[in-house]
Design a protein around this ligand. Structure first.
Ligand code: PFF
Length: 451
């Protein structure tokens, strides 16, 4: 039998899992969802959920994956044979399928900006002109479908060739550079006029703005940025050697992720106010703000190009993890089948994404429950499917895995105090499922209002 593929170093796993986590969620989605839900209070609730639910759940997925060393369907089958729990793997497949279909549309927008910066046509415009150029492009069916296709193509090619070779090597260089560029961006943003307004918006919690919809959005956002509830982290941790410390990896990923969310907020909000843009502009927010920030600064377009490249890289590494989940389940370690499935699934995802790509143009008037295709897909994934997946995973681990097995998984690589282990165990067993249900029930109330 072939040896199970593994990450080549402990750093490799953290990089790849952080690569899955850090992506559009922190850089593109967080600023606009926070912008639509009141800013500071949203950030506060998001951080709370990330630390008290996200971290324990991430660790739960790691434990399932490393313990079974299998893909997301077989893993549940191995732990709970003869039950229906492996449907959790299928739920993950469905979620990541739908997720990647609209994620790739936004990835395509990044590719569009890449072309624009390379051809030098993005410098020296006014904020209104930038918005007009961008909106012209995303409402154009030819452009939006082509760039969506290109993003999927890149994803397919890397996943078809095996995640490890590609992701590990590239992440090692790209991640640190991404952080450096963020610093440049923030310095620029913080030296603009009206900075205080942006900082107040981001950091001053006004809890009166916190609706139940905003609380659900914060929960969804926290799972989204950590790639939780889809079993993607089960898949990635199945390639982790036994001597690796899972709690350490989970902590590093959570803190890196929070760090990027704050960096993105610091880079975006002062600029939003400074250029007279609206924080609640929705999915287009980041793309409208960015060129303004780089414009009129020394070597601005060069920095912009570097930022776009890294942003593209960050979103691709997340996209890889979504496709990898599917391919790992379908190919079961067979190299030839890996290629075949990567193409079949990847191209199907591209087709499913077309209505989302057209949601900013010809289909912008087609509404389901008052939302465009794009918004429905995003809402279903972030606010329904991911919390549901996380709910079942939090029940599964304490119910179906022996406490001694769980302890030895968390204890390997680095000892964990029994007290902390118990805190983790009881959060999963009682706190997480109840909290997720409470938030979801609240939404049912909201549905009543909408319908
Ligand atoms: N965490 C990714 C991001 O923030 O961009 C998105 C994501 C990747 C969500 C993989 C879920 C997933 F399974």
């Amino acid at each position: 039998m072939k040896e199970k593929e593994q990450w080549s170093s402990r750093f490799g796993f953290i990089l790849a899992a952080a690569g899955s986590a850090i992506g559009l969620g922190a850089i593109w989605k967080f600023p606009y969802v926070a912008g639509m839900n009141g800013g500071g209070a949203f950030l506060f609730v998001f951080l709370f959920f990330t630390l008290f639910l996200g971290l324990p759940l991430l660790l739960a997925e790691f434990v399932i994956g490393r313990n079974t060393q299998s893909d997301a369907v077989s893993a549940y089958k191995m732990i709970a044979p003869g039950t229906k729990w492996h449907f959790l793997g299928y739920l993950g497949m469905a979620t990541s399928f739908l997720l990647l279909s609209f994620y790739s549309v936004i990835g395509g927008w990044i590719i569009y900006y890449l072309f624009k910066t390379l051809t030098g046509s993005l410098s020296g415009l006014t904020p209104d002109q930038y918005s007009a150029v961008f909106e012209g492009a995303i409402s154009n069916p030819g452009i939006s479908i082509t760039v969506h296709f290109l993003f999927m193509l890149l994803t397919i090619i890397v996943v078809a060739n095996g995640v490890q070779k590609g992701i590990e090597r590239a992440s090692r260089v790209m991640m640190p550079v991404l952080f450096l560029l963020f610093i440049v961006l923030i310095i620029r943003s913080l030296t603009l006029p009206n900075v205080i307004q942006g900082l107040t918006f981001l950091f001053e919690p006004d809890f009166s703005k916190l609706t139940s919809g905003a609380i659900l959005a914060a929960l969804g956002q926290s799972f989204f940025t950590l790639s939780i509830g889809v079993s993607v982290m089960v898949t990635y941790s199945s390639y982790v050697p036994k001597e690796e410390s899972l709690p350490k990896a989970a902590l590093s990923i959570v803190f890196l992720n929070i760090f990027v969310v704050i960096l993105a907020g610091l880079a975006i909000f002062p600029a939003v106010f400074s250029f007279g843009l609206q924080p609640n502009a929705g999915p287009v927010l980041l793309f409208q703000v960015l060129p303004n920030v780089f414009n009129h600064m020394p070597f601005g377009m060069l920095f912009f190009l570097a930022f776009i490249l890294l942003f593209l890289f960050a979103s691709l590494t997340s996209a890889f993890s979504m496709l990898e989940l599917q391919v790992a389940i379908l190919a079961k370690g067979d190299e030839h089948l890996r290629k075949k499935w990567a193409w079949i699934i990847g191209l199907s995802i591209f087709l499913l994404g077309i209505p989302s790509a057209l949601s900013f143009g010809p289909l912008s008037d087609i509404h389901i429950f008052g939302k465009t295709f794009f918004d429905v897909a995003d809402y279903l994934v972030s606010n329904v499917l991911m919390p549901l997946g996380a709910f079942f995973i939090s029940i599964f681990v304490p119910l179906k895995m022996k406490k001694s097995v769980l302890f030895s998984e968390l204890d390997s690589g680095n000892t964990i105090p029994l007290f902390l282990f118990n805190v983790w165990f009881y959060i999963l067993r009682y706190v997480a499922p109840v909290a997720i249900l409470l938030v979801l029930f609240d939404v049912l109330g909201i549905w009543d209002k909408i319908l």
